[in-house]
Design a protein around this ligand. Structure first.
Ligand code: PHE
Length: 452
């Protein structure tokens, strides 16, 4: 197809390790540490977990392969990629869904990332109370209602802006190489601590023992949305990153590595959070505030709790940055490549839009708390619309497109690096992309609106 030739004008990741670390950096973030435990908590624990893992492996990995093939093969943003492969049709419209989703996500994500800054600094300056097990909720309310979160949301967006303006390969790659392994080690250490908690058994049972009677349409939709959100799928983010991959990157392997590492971090986070939830008598159904209310209790058990807390929130903040950088790249590459804007202008405009959305979401826990659309605040609405609607639709389009519309040879050449190595599961992958992924997403949608 001639599209996969290297185009020297575009950046490429300097090393293979760096490319994988950056991709994992996009996937691992608040989605694993904050969103997974709270979604699992409200959706019954084990029942949610089993659906989530099934979707990661049945839908997530095939779609990662598809986004990687399209991205690296075309070396374009999501619009250009669809257009290069099928100029005759309007498939590139999927790009608008991607951009919308990325803006919605950036808006609420920055608020939660802002909380991590607040918690990090409060721990550092000794303002977080680790002594009294009754204060978790109170502290959260204190720190996150009112106008203060707006400042931290903007501080976070500013950090995101600074990294983005520096270009793609240098900043992100260097940071991810160090941060991701460090984050993993810290999480594993906290996980070991969980074994010593009185609620360990209860917490682990809640998380891993599926009660199949609890699988409802909302659990299925929630788990599907979480799989997409956590793997940064369905909005062209992985496609854009893959457009910076080198030729020697083995796409199938990178897809499996990303999915396995990403779900491992989510499971580790679950093992850290739920034993503590049951030990300290907190409701697993607390929702978006769950993790921030529980973590201080965990740190209080460690000698030097404030130092641990500072380090943890610092790393979580940095992990969030590697994710927001990746979602911002979607609109930035669109403006640069489709609208021919300078990178600076594109970055300023994307960040400004994110700031407006961020403002609405940051105020959702305080002054705008009463403003609800279908019972949801802006924060909840942005989260629901992006994760549960836009991402699965974007994913369905990508899977139909790769499975049915592009040349099989193109997919094969990308996965095997033009026949240099083998990819034995090509037929299985195509079968999933053609049938399983679109059908599963479609059925879950029908199910959630009550049609089946
Ligand atoms: N996957 C990221 C996380 O788990 C969030 C994200 C979603 C990043 C979509 C990019 C695109 O935190």
């Amino acid at each position: 197809m001639g599209l996969s030739a290297d185009n020297n004008e575009r950046a490429v990741f300097a090393t293979k390790f760096g490319a994988v670390a950056t991709t994992v950096g996009s996937a691992v973030g608040l989605g694993n540490i904050w969103r997974f435990p709270y979604e699992a908590g409200i959706h019954g624990g084990g029942a949610f977990m089993i659906c989530y893992l099934a979707f990661v492996f049945m839908i997530g990995i095939p779609l990662l392969c598809a986004e990687f093939c399209i991205g690296r093969g075309t070396r374009s943003n999501i619009f250009g990629a669809y257009r290069k492969l099928r100029p005759d049709r309007n498939w590139h419209f999927a790009g608008y869904i991607g951009i919308l989703a990325s803006i919605l996500i950036l808006s609420f994500y920055s608020v939660v990332a802002g909380w991590t800054i607040e918690y990090c600094l409060s721990s550092l300056f000794g303002q977080l109370d680790f002594s009294d097990t009754q204060t978790g909720h109170g502290q959260f309310v204190n720190l996150t209602t009112g106008w203060r979160p707006v400042i931290w949301t903007f501080v976070f967006l500013m950090c995101n802006f600074i990294i983005l303006i520096g270009g793609v390969t240098k900043g992100i790659e260097r940071a991810s190489n160090i941060l991701m392994p460090l984050f993993f080690i810290l999480l594993a250490a906290f996980c070991i601590n969980s074994f010593t908690l009185p609620g360990f058994k209860e917490g682990v049972t809640f998380l891993f023992k599926p009660d199949f009677s609890k699988i409802s349409p909302s659990v299925l939709l929630g788990a599907l949305g979480q799989a997409f959100f956590s793997l940064s799928l369905g909005l062209g983010c992985m496609m854009t990153y893959a457009s910076y991959f080198n030729k020697d990157n083995r796409l199938g392997k990178t897809a499996v590595t990303t999915a396995v590492l990403d779900s491992s971090v989510a499971i580790l986070a679950g093992i850290v959070i739920f034993p503590a939830v049951f030990s300290f008598g907190i409701s697993p159904e607390a929702g978006p505030t769950l993790v921030f209310e529980v973590l201080p209790y965990i740190f209080s058990r460690f000698p030097g709790g404030a130092a641990w807390s500072t380090l943890f929130f610092l790393l979580l903040f940095l992990a969030s940055l590697t994710s927001t950088v990746s979602m911002s790249e979607i609109s930035i590459t669109y403006f640069c490549e489709e609208k021919r804007w300078s990178r600076k202008k594109a970055t300023v405009v994307s960040s400004a839009i994110g700031a407006v959305g961020g403002l609405l979401c940051a105020l959702s826990f305080g002054p705008l708390n009463h403003l609800k659309i279908s019972g949801m605040t802006f924060f909840d609405m942005f989260d629901y619309l992006s994760s549960n609607i836009c991402l699965p639709i974007g994913g369905m389009i990508c899977s139909i497109f790769t499975g049915w519309l592009i040349n099989k040879r193109f997919v094969k050449d990308e996965l095997t690096d033009n026949g240099k190595h083998r990819f034995r599961l090509l037929s299985l992958l195509l079968f999933f992309l053609r049938w399983i992924c679109p059908a599963a997403i479609f059925l879950i949608f029908l199910n959630s609106i009550g049609i089946i």
